[in-house]
Design a protein around this ligand. Structure first.
Ligand SMILES: Cc1cc2nc3c(=O)[nH]c(=O)nc-3n(C[C@H](O)[C@H](O)[C@H](O)COP(=O)(O)OP(=O)(O)OC[C@H]3O[C@@H](n4cnc5c(N)ncnc54)[C@H](O)[C@@H]3O)c2cc1C
Length: 310
């Protein structure tokens, strides 16, 4: 699971030089290399992509990229940016669903501030009928993310849900807890490089756990999102739902913008609910590097795009 490429790209994502060069070229034109996975820098770019996705019979969640801010001032800036973005989306005729990371709104700076900032976002989100998904980050933040989620949930913010990663053995229990609360879960395999003592290392184990949690969510959960591009996981979900008589509108598949577009369209045309996760914004570099690390063939795609720009 933790391939050499994942290790390499995680390391490269910390490189300031790489980031500078990539930022200069990545989204420059309509055809620049990062555009395959990132909608653009502005919320207007994201809304334009959202319209195209909806016209194709799917839904979307918009993610204003950013993570690991280092100061209160940066966390405040990101929080204000989110609030402004909610207003812009609310004024556009697209679905109201966003995703965010807690380290973007201050988790690594101060936990109480992070909760306050999250509430500053959830308040207007609630007023405008948004659903807010809290992404799951690396395992240093799993417990605190779930704790903060439960804190805001118990305060009455139920227009929100979390993501759980099947590479973490603990996620089975976490899924049971979320089902008890009636909270919406997005199930993913997990995108970070984790130590062997906290995460499964083999694809077989990660996949088996994915299927186990998928079953828990489909039978006991609320509107689960099965987020994967893996045809085996998608087939397992559809077969299980059919076997248990669970209608296709009781759950949804989610995929990332630019990945397996063929599969997205094919599932939608077969009556499955498909939501596309659309990242946008200036801080796209770590997200982009995680996508490269997942699939080395993406590097060839980037190099070809770069060469064709010259
Ligand atoms: C909507 C959504 C939200 C997510 N949110 C989170 C989150 O909050 N936290 C988190 O840790 N992770 C998140 N992820 C990422 C996830 O954890 C995986 O890293 C990622 O989805 C790849 O795993 P996979 O399930 O697609 O299966 P894999 O077994 O990795 O891949 C299956 C197939 O999908 C295709 N594929 C997968 N990745 C790529 C790629 N980068 N480029 C091209 N093709 C690819 C390939 O055809 C591959 O053979 C999210 C993923 C999705 C779809």
């Amino acid at each position: 699971m933790f391939s050499v490429s994942r290790v390499l790209f995680q390391a490269l994502s910390a490189s300031k030089g790489m980031k500078r060069v990539a930022s200069r070229y990545g989204l420059r034109h309509e055809r620049s290399f990062a555009r395959r996975f990132v909608a653009g820098e502005s919320v207007a770019d994201a809304i334009a992509v959202a319209r195209r996705i909806e016209a194709a019979g799917m839904t979307q969640t918009l993610d204003y990229l950013g993570e690991s801010v280092a100061t209160m001032a940066e966390a405040d800036l990101a929080t204000r940016a989110h609030i402004g973005i909610l207003n812009q989306i609310a004024n556009a005729d697209v679905g109201r669903n966003v995703s965010l990371k807690l380290t973007q709104v201050g988790l690594t700076v101060d936990r109480a501030t992070c909760v306050d900032n999250l509430r500053r976002i959830l308040d207007p989100a609630g007023t405008h009928g948004f659903f807010v998904r809290i992404d799951m980050e690396d395992s240093r933040y799993t417990q605190v993310t779930l704790d903060i989620f439960e804190t805001v949930w118990q305060l009455g913010y139920q227009n929100t849900g979390v993501a759980l990663q099947s590479y973490l053995p603990r996620s089975v229990q976490d899924a049971r807890r979320m089902n008890q609360l009636g909270a919406r879960v997005r199930l993913v395999k997990g995108a970070y490089r984790e130590p062997g003592k906290v995460a499964y290392r083999s694809k077989a184990q990660v996949d088996a756990a994915f299927v186990e949690i998928m079953r828990l969510l489909l039978t006991e959960g609320v509107s689960p999102a099965i987020a994967t591009h893996d045809p085996a996981m998608i087939d397992a979900t559809r077969s299980f739902a059919a076997e248990k008589g669970i209608a296709p509108d009781r759950y949804e598949f989610q995929m990332l913008y630019g990945i397996r577009r063929d599969l997205q369209a094919s599932l939608a045309s077969q009556g499955c609910r498909v939501r596309v996760y659309v990242p946008f914004g200036g801080e796209w570099f770590p997200y982009f590097m995680r996508r490269l690390g997942e699939r080395p063939a993406n590097v060839g795609f980037v190099l070809r795009s770069l060469l064709s720009e010259r």
